[in-house]
Design a protein around this ligand. Structure first.
Ligand SMILES: [Zn+2]
Ligand SMILES: [Zn+2]
Length: 148
């Protein structure tokens, strides 16, 4: 399956044929600021599997092991980049409605920072921070060079 998408103005376009690693709503305060939304919906792919068709998004290093990206022309949120993984903002997909959600590992993360009056009606697991195995993996990678 090919996933394609891009920003609002069309300057940044991407596609990938990779299997999604996970799909999650992140409620952390940094994702709120980065996206301007109460929740950021990310879908993760192995680093290097996302092909930038035209211009690459501009990156901003928001923590030691994370870069966040956006279109340099229209500012649309595009990605969340770690050394081993490129997550794309699901709202930038051309057809998020056709995503095979049931076949993907899903979760809410950083739910402890969620805005109390905002919630969604799904039954995905709500983790206070990251799922335990992912927190371990991320701490092992922390500080490594970002290439995704
Ligand atoms: Zn744009
Ligand atoms: Zn977040």
């Amino acid at each position: 399956m090919t996933f394609a998408g891009g920003c609002l103005c069309g300057k940044v376009r991407y596609q990938t044929n990779a299997e999604p690693l996970w799909l999650g709503h992140c409620h952390c305060s940094m994702c709120r600021k980065h996206t301007g939304s109460l929740v950021a919906t990310w879908i993760g792919f192995p680093a290097g599997t996302v092909i930038w068709a035209t211009t690459e998004p501009t990156r901003y290093r928001s923590s030691k092991d994370v870069e966040r990206s956006f279109c340099p022309a229209c500012g649309s949120t595009i990605g969340f980049h770690r050394v081993h993984e490129t997550s794309l903002a699901l709202g930038s997909f051309d057809a998020p409605e056709s995503l095979p959600v049931a076949a993907i590992q899903t979760a809410h993360v950083w739910y402890k920072e969620h805005v109390p009056w905002f919630d969604t009606a799904d039954d995905w697991t709500r983790f206070a921070e990251f799922p335990p195995q992912r927190a371990e993996e991320l701490s092992a990678l922390s500080g490594q060079h970002i290439r995704g």
